[in-house]
Design a protein around this ligand. Structure first.
Ligand code: ASP
Ligand code: MG
Length: 439
């Protein structure tokens, strides 16, 4: 069994959706589960529709719905060529768009919002299945809402996913191609929910893990993880092999190609994950596995913007215990995760990337000492082997940024990275300078 996930751009227009079949057949797998995202742009559009409903702007919501509908009318006209296919496509989009319009009559809560967000994947998967049917290729649509479950902490329930999905598969012993929706799931109340934005990768990895698949493939529009951000740095190159830990660091720190959480199920069940490029299917891409291929090396640089640094300065911290706990409790209270931490005897600096509760957090922290906030920061993370057997790597990193002010440096937390916090306006220079010095 292989699990193949195709992102929004890979199904972004009818031509590309049609070309997926050859990528599936290329695998020569006995059985394949195809996980699809919504057509590119759809989920953002659905978010806008739901925001409009939320604000009570029904006319605006209906206009947005009409615009999205028009784009799907064009989509099905190009996707299908038989009268029957066209009719099925039209019935399908009418069904989903009638549902979207129907919310104008209702009380609008997060339950309705999540139903709206789910429509993109429901549409893309069914359209793809109808297309396969039209050209005479057998496939089975597995409804993600029948097996993808999260608990009250929003954590996937692996046993249950394994059990329910295996049962569904057993109903079709001779089928070779299965199609299912990425992103969407049911929550602890049985409501329609989702795995958060970009969550289709996570779906693929959860399925791969639950079924102990031979391999999970994430097909996107770049030929794997690059050793630096190709948007800002020339001459980046794809990394052929990554360990799960290295991939998790890179995915978390900005490399948009993979949803960070999606590494963990694959790691736990030792399922290799391959990142591949739909436009360049022969390219090797990146293989994420148990490999220790990169021992002793610096592998990649990634950056994450939108970071806020908070410094709490207090002489009460000197020789005291329990101080950090109280500081961390503030962040816990506001459900705001901390990324980087550095401490001195009288001060601690932390970073967060979610400013929703910033004001309250700062107000609460003021009880402990002076609080300083720096916004518009970027974490630049260098991933590689920084383990006890290596030396000199940190020096090379710091050397490379000697002409740039650095707000924080975090080293030694794991053996896989060193992270620098810099002002976002210096980020590109940092990425370039590191590229020149390290590779
Ligand atoms: N369609 C969802 C999103 O745009 C999930 C995904 O594409 O991975 O976030
Ligand atoms: Mg994605």
């Amino acid at each position: 069994m292989k699990v193949l996930k195709f992102g929004g751009t890979s199904v972004g227009n009818p031509e590309r959706m049609k070309s997926l079949l050859s990528l599936i057949q290329l695998q020569k797998a006995e059985k394949t589960i195809v996980v699809l995202s919504a057509v590119a742009g759809t989920t953002n559009h659905l978010v806008a529709i739901s925001d409009a409903y939320h604000k009570g702007e029904k006319e605006e919501a209906l206009t947005l719905i009409a615009n999205l509908y028009d784009s799907y009318v064009v989509f099905i006209e190009e996707l299908f060529s038989t009268p029957e296919g066209l009719q099925n496509g039209a019935d399908l989009i009418n069904h989903h768009f009638d549902l979207l319009k129907g919310f104008a009559q209702e009380l609008f809560t997060t339950v309705e919002e999540r139903i709206i967000l789910a429509q993109g994947e429901l549409l893309s998967t069914t359209l793809f299945q109808f297309y396969l049917k039209e050209i005479g290729v057998q496939s089975v649509l597995l409804p993600a809402l029948s097996f993808m479950r999260v608990d009250d902490e929003h954590e996937p329930i692996m046993d249950r996913i394994h059990h329910d999905l295996s049962n569904l598969l057993d109903n079709h012993p001779f089928a070779e191609i299965f199609i299912t929706q990425g992103f969407i799931c049911r929550n602890a109340f049985g409501e329609i929910d989702n795995l958060r934005r970009g969550g289709s990768d996570y779906t693929a990895s959860l399925i791969g893990g639950a079924l102990r698949a031979e391999e999970v493939q994430i097909w996107t529009d770049i030929d794997g993880f690059h050793n630096n951000d190709p948007r800002y740095v020339n001459n980046t190159s794809p990394i052929e092999n990554l360990s799960f830990e290295e991939a998790a660091e890179l995915a978390y720190f900005g490399a948009k190609i993979l949803h960070p959480q999606s590494v963990f199920p694959a790691q736990r069940y030792k399922v290799p994950v391959r990142l591949l490029d739909t436009l360049l299917p022969e390219a090797k891409g990146t293989l994420i596995s148990d490999s220790d291929e990169n021992k002793g090396k610096i592998i990649a640089i990634a950056a994450k913007d939108g970071i806020i640094a908070i410094r709490i300065h207090s002489t009460r911290m000197l020789l005291a215990y329990g101080f950090l706990r109280r500081v961390f409790e503030v962040f816990e209270r506001y459900k705001t995760p901390i990324d980087m931490i550095t401490t001195s005897e009288v001060a601690v600096s932390v970073t967060i990337d979610n400013s929703t509760h910033l004001e309250s957090i700062v107000a609460d922290l003021a009880d402990f000492g002076d609080v300083e906030v720096d916004e518009n920061q970027s974490i630049v993370c260098v991933v590689g082997d920084f383990g006890p057997a290596t030396h000199g790597h940190a020096t090379r990193v710091v050397e490379a940024v000697k002409h740039i002010p650095v707000r924080m440096i975090s080293y030694g937390g794991s053996e896989h990275n060193i992270s620098l916090l810099v002002h976002t306006e210096n980020k590109i220079e940092v990425l370039r300078s590191l590229q020149n010095r390290l590779f």
